[in-house]
Design a protein around this ligand. Structure first.
Ligand code: VG1
Ligand code: CO
Length: 545
């Protein structure tokens, strides 16, 4: 077998964002060696690869298969001992995380731009996960980026394309390439964590019903297998189940705007007990009851409070964590349970150390991400099964579970307002304008609120002491409320400003308000301080969740 060393020119812009390197598909396909450079940069930064295992797969979006063929040949040239590749090039992000852990792999490459649209005019992405199964921490991604700016050659094995659809082994030189079923191991893991027996009874008898919208993305095969085949939900319980290269032209982001088919069902007559959706790569989840939307922040809190109902969490939780912009609903549960609660920057990579050190069991983000120590990624279908387990164990509808939770802990009204696709200069201008006001804000009064603190969030990792600064501007208010402003790190065009608005309401009599109305004063204050509408020349945010 021959290994070719090919010359290449470095690119200045291969800096991984919140979750890997994301660019327009066109850039990956048309800029010479754009993919090869980044993959070689990763390989160059990894220690001994000889004899080690690398997990490979993606969310099935356009260019997934083609990119995989290239990566397989480069991994062979890099000397990996074994490649575990999902059949058809498919692996959901959480399934890849599990495979890395289960097989003690050195790491894995996941091809995905997550919830970003796919297709020739959409987005593509690639992320590296380390041996704990989680996203590469910043010390890695910084090294990849440095390397990508100076790379001058890459190595590739001259071997034919692999048949990605045929399960089995394809040995090349010292590398065993194995095409594996993408669902098997993941399905086994779920069966260990949740009460599949009781869930099967409830679903197959029709006592409980579910609608899962896979949004033509990667979770289709996982949800079909687990919900319909193993748990006996009637055929058709999983909708939009076939993974498509362009996600059927949709935006594979599970929220009230984009998961329209599901939302119509859940707010219509004959809605099932539980509605759920996942994103492009299967790590996000949206949970709905009949005519009821569960905010991701509340979902994390409700699962934490009810975790003991699932067999995998019967022993209780060691601790919990949430990203800084996520609502503080889970903090109250942690307090009641007498367990620690950590606040991390946005992005799953910051949970890895806490999970590895056994400091936390559950964690989540406001952006439809929930997970636990079972893998090192957020996990969409896992969250849906967890909710199903809680619904079956309690016999209560989703809406009752959440309302009773508010009665016990109080309600954190919460919303995120996104200004998508504004130009970078404008977005930076808004952030600078806010930053300049921060020192003078504490002590000032705005209507019913007084500013108690204002800062730029900086995180010191309690396990390795690493510091990550500049993670979002926070304005803390009394009575308990909060505004957070940050720029997205996952977009591929212009900039996205995210404004997070939160207010705690202890009074049970006031728990039935519309969220936007309950937060109206704060939304106005956010505009007054940021001038987001005026500066971006928009009537308002593009997406409200
Ligand atoms: C967004 C979310 C963040 C999430 C990230 C990756 O990042 O806010 O919470 O971890 O996407 O999600 P940003 O920087 O755009 O705010 V996914 O499902 O991909 O990869
Ligand atoms: Co995702």
């Amino acid at each position: 077998m021959q290994i070719e060393i090919r010359e290449t020119n470095a690119y200045p812009d291969q800096k991984p964002g919140t979750s890997g390197l994301r660019k327009k598909t066109r850039i990956f396909m048309q800029k010479p060696n754009y993919l090869e450079n980044f993959v070689q940069s990763i390989f160059d930064c990894l220690p001994e690869k000889e004899g080690k295992i690398l997990v490979l797969g993606g969310d099935g979006r356009y260019y997934n298969r083609q990119a995989l063929q290239t990566i397989i040949k480069m991994a062979v040239a890099a000397g990996f001992g074994r490649l575990l590749v999902g059949q058809g090039g498919i692996l959901s992000t959480p399934a890849a995380s599990h495979l890395i852990r289960k097989h003690r792999a050195l790491g894995g490459l996941i091809l995905s731009a997550s919830h970003n649209p796919g297709g020739a005019d959409g987005d593509f992405g690639i992320k590296y996960n380390i041996d704990n199964g989680g996203p590469a921490p910043e010390r890695y991604t910084d090294a990849f980026y440095r390397r990508s700016k100076e790379i001058s050659e890459y190595r590739i094995a001259r071997i034919p394309d692999i048949d990605l659809d045929r399960i089995g082994e394809h040995p090349f030189g010292d590398t065993r390439i194995q095409i594996i079923d993408p669902v098997d191991d993941y399905a086994d893991l779920m069966a260990q964590l949740f009460d599949f027996g009781k869930m099967r009874q409830a679903l197959s008898s029709g006592r409980v019903s579910v609608c899962f919208d896979a949004m033509h993305a990667v979770t289709g095969p996982y949800a079909k297998r687990i919900l319909e085949q193993e748990l006996g939900a009637p055929a058709g319980s999983v909708i939009n189940a076939a993974p498509l290269e362009d996600f059927g032209g949709g935006h594979p982001d599970p929220n009230l705007t984009y998961a329209k088919a599901l939302v119509d069902k859940m707010y219509g007559p004959g809605a099932p007990t539980l509605g759920a959706a996942s994103d492009g790569d299967g790590d996000r989840n949206m949970i709905l009851g009949r005519g009821f939307f569960v905010t991701p922040s509340d979902s994390l809190a409700v699962l934490a409070a009810n975790a003991h109902l699932a067999p995998g969490y019967r022993q209780g939780l060691k601790g919990v964590a949430r990203s800084m912009p996520t609502s503080k609903a889970v903090d109250r549960v942690a307090e009641a349970l007498g367990i620690p609660c950590f606040e991390t920057p946005t992005g799953w990579k910051f949970f890895g150390n806490l999970l590895d050190a056994g400091k936390i069991t559950l964690c989540g983000e406001e952006s439809f991400g929930t997970g636990s120590d079972h893998v090192r990624e957020k996990d969409g279908l896992w969250a849906v099964l967890f909710w199903l387990n809680v619904v079956v164990a309690t016999g209560k509808p989703v809406a009752d579970l959440v309302r009773e939770h508010w009665q016990r802990f109080g309600r954190n009204y919460y919303s995120r307002h996104d200004y998508e696709g504004i130009d970078l200069k404008t977005a930076q201008g808004i952030m600078e304008h806010l930053r300049s006001q921060m020192p003078a804000l504490p002590g000032r009064t705005f209507g019913a609120y007084k500013v108690s603190a204002a800062d730029d969030f900086s995180y010191t990792d309690p396990v390795d002491g690493s510091v990550t600064a500049g993670q979002g501007l926070r304005i803390l208010l009394e009575p308990e409320a909060r505004l957070v402003f940050r720029l997205s790190g996952t977009g591929t065009e212009g900039a996205t400003l995210r404004i997070y608005i939160e207010r705690f309401e202890p009074d049970t009599a006031k728990h039935g308000q519309d969220t936007q109305e309950a937060l109206a004063d704060l939304i106005e204050l956010a505009e007054k301080l940021s001038e987001a509408k005026a500066r971006s020349r928009r009537e308002g945010p593009t997406v409200i969740t």
